[in-house]
Design a protein around this ligand. Sequence first.
Ligand code: AMP
Length: 132
Amino acid sequence: MSIFSKIAAGEIPSYKCAENDEFYAFLDINPMVKGHTLCIPRREVDYIFDLEDDEIARFQVFAKKVAVALKKVCPCVKVGQAVLGLEVPHAHIHLIPMQSEKDMLFNKPKLQLEQEEFQRIADAVYAEFQKL
Ligand code: AMP
């Protein structure tokens, strides 16, 4: 079981932002900016482009809803989306509230946030997601 499968199953704690039967979203623990969120399918697939056509379409719609909720909580110019998957072998979409293109540079130093701040952001995104 991948670390992200364990997170989606609740076996490893995470700052949950959104979920449905098929997908789960939570805050990246090493955020590039406040609100840096990961969306994953519950089904364990390493490479995102190995997802079935209809599954990747539903995954993108889920990520879109998370991005809409995220933008309300973390005001930004746009929410950027990226797929790397070089570290964790479980498909995931990074959602990053951007002020400028520098916020999408994955090799820049990561933010250190307090637990309370992670929880505040995640709870607020979760609440906004429920309204959609
Ligand atoms: P990549 O596979 O290159 O797209 O990067 C994986 C991302 O997952 C990184 O940004 C990590 O900070 C993040 N990450 C790894 N483990 C956890 C975890 N337990 N909770 C939240 N985010 C994580």
